[in-house]
Design a binder for this molecule. Structure first.
Ligand code: ATP
Length: 524
């Protein structure tokens, strides 16, 4: 049945059907939206269309403020002009509406002309029908408190009973109260969340700045949030992430954010220590422990006492060393090589790996008990792929740094920044940093555009292939295969004790790319 306008006294109207239709339409509205502005206006509209309850309005209380008399004003209305809505402001106890607000009791004015309290504030008498007009006002309640008034006019002498109108209006006032409460709740919670979010963002922003970590991407902020939460505890932190994702910077951040920040931070790269030297390096040795041990020497653990030790590439630790490490972690003691005395050490361990340690455990290369001990607080560092938004900030940071170091004045044009952002960076931040450093050193112009940048971009994995017209073969950029001088390759190898994978990594190259360049440079 389509809603139809009811004349006040149209005979034979099926009021029961009209009421049901009104309820159904209002509920449909609620189903579509919980936004009170929309639902409440429609409610007032349908009251008028279907039941002849005209000029419906909802007067809602404003916020209570000290020293200011509390008022309520028309917030939702149907059939009122803009001026009428504006005039509809009431103080507590003022007129009929004010009385309902103050007492929380319904008011039924059978004849507005005969009621001395009736103010005609909102709708003047000459805008009402000439017949006897009644006014009904019901309280809108939230949690037992009156927060507003639902009011409407009706022609007094109608076939429809006033008590029927009252019954429907009571339901609608209750529904309005619920919707308004919900709106209030959502607004309050949203306000709280927005404030909390802003506070967290501020805290994280300053935290990241404090630790020299560049980037604002959600993935980075999440890792940083986890770090801040655990920094005060003494628990071991395991940093997981691909190469070049900033594990060392994060390890330093754990240290700086902890109560140990003015104690030593010792970094040990497990992949750089030959197996035979591990024990003496980590745990120290006593005089005479081996040929040439003319004096005793404290190992890294003792040197880190009171502070933090960062074991990078912990997956490279030989099994025998894993047992010794576990003992030190569990007992808080160590025995130097060639010694017998147990020395107490108080060191917090931060470990990092780009290997899948669970898999190493499966393969029998990593002790399960040590793995559990390390894996108390794992923090996964996002790869640059997951924090694409940070590429710009990082690139600009590296350009500044390289300009300062090399006293140059190179800048990146917007299209060069966009090109850097579009790249996949399998070698992550280190690869990006190295590329920018080369760029700053070797660029011919001070403004690097996407075009002048291209020869510096790494080839192969991660670079979107150049558009190949038809099925013409893809021609690789010849220049980029010479992106590193023979000297740079040799230095990288030396820095990594001849380990090609590490040397390649440090230059942001894959092993294959590195080997290719070695061959080209006649170094192999
Ligand atoms: N968020 C960051 N902001 C600024 N510089 C960063 C950030 N993350 C990493 N870097 C820089 O990127 C380079 C690589 O970072 P880092 O050595 O910490 O990576 P890693 O994960 O320890 O790498 P690997 O596993 O290969 O040892 C460093 O020069 C570091 O200063």
């Amino acid at each position: 049945m389509a809603p139809h306008r009811t004349e006040p006294d149209s005979p034979g109207t099926d009021w029961h059907a009209q009421e049901l239709l009104l309820m159904r339409e209002v509920m449909k509205m609620v189903g579509r939206s919980l936004a009170p502005a929309f639902v409440l206006r429609e409610m007032l509209h349908l009251m008028s269309e279907l039941l002849g309850l005209n000029r419906g309005r909802m007067v809602l209380a404003g916020e209570a403020r000290q020293g200011v008399p509390r008022t309520a004003a028309v917030r939702h209305a149907y059939g009122l002009t803009a001026e009428e809505v504006q005039r509809g402001v009431f103080q507590w106890g003022e007129g009929i509406t004010g009385r309902v607000l103050a007492t929380g009791l319904p008011a039924i004015v059978q004849d507005v002309d005969a009621e001395p309290l009736f103010l005609f504030r909102t709708v003047p008498r000459n805008r009402l029908p000439p017949q006897t007009v009644a006014f009904i006002a019901l309280p809108i309640e939230v949690n037992g408190a009156t927060i507003g008034v639902l009011g409407c006019h009706r022609i007094r002498s109608r076939q429809r009973h006033l008590s029927d109108d009252l019954a429907v209006l009571r339901i609608l006032a209750t529904l309005a109260g619920q919707l308004l409460q919900l709106e209030q709740l959502v607004a309050d919670q949203t306000r709280q969340l927005v404030a909390r979010n802003a506070a967290l963002a501020r805290a994280l922003e300053s935290a990241s700045a404090r630790y020299g970590l560049i980037g604002q991407s959600p993935a980075l902020l999440q890792a940083l949030g986890e770090l801040e939460r655990v920094s005060q505890s003494q628990a071991t932190v395991l940093l997981l992430g691909e190469s070049g994702t900033g594990k060392e910077l994060f390890a330093r951040a754990v240290h700086l954010a902890s109560g140990r920040h003015d104690q030593p931070f010792i970094k040990v790269n497990c992949s750089a220590i030959p197996d035979t030297l591990f024990e003496s390096e980590l745990f120290g040795y006593e005089k005479g422990a081996f040929t040439g041990a003319n004096t005793a020497r404290a190992g890294w653990f003792e040197q880190a006492n009171g502070g933090t030790i960062f074991l990078d590439e912990i997956g490279e630790l030989p099994l025998a060393m894993q047992s010794k490490l576990l003992r030190t972690l569990q007992e808080g003691t160590l025995v130097r090589l060639g010694g017998t005395k147990e020395l107490k050490v108080n060191v917090r361990l931060v470990a990092a790996t780009n290997r899948d340690l669970a898999q190493e455990v499966q393969a029998g290369r990593f002790r399960q008990d040590l793995y559990y001990r390390l894996n108390v607080i794992p923090i996964r560092l996002p790869s640059l792929r997951e924090r694409g938004d940070d590429v710009r900030a990082l690139a600009l940071h590296f350009v500044n740094r390289a300009n300062q170091t090399h006293q140059r004045n190179v800048n990146l044009a917007p299209d060069a920044l966009a090109r850097l952002q579009a790249h996949d960076w399998p070698g992550n931040i280190r690869e990006l940093g190295n590329l920018i450093e080369r760029l700053v050193l070797l660029a011919d112009h001070t403004l690097v555009t996407a075009k002048t940048l291209e020869p510096f971009m790494p080839e192969g994995a991660g670079t979107p292939p150049p558009p190949a017209p038809g099925d013409a073969p893809v021609v690789r950029d010849y220049q980029s295969a010479q992106s590193h001088s023979a000297n740079a390759l040799r230095e990288a190898l030396a820095r990594h004790q001849g380990n090609q994978s590490r040397a390649a990594q440090s230059l942001g190259l894959t092993l294959r790319q590195f080997a290719y360049r070695l061959r080209k440079a006649g170094l192999r």
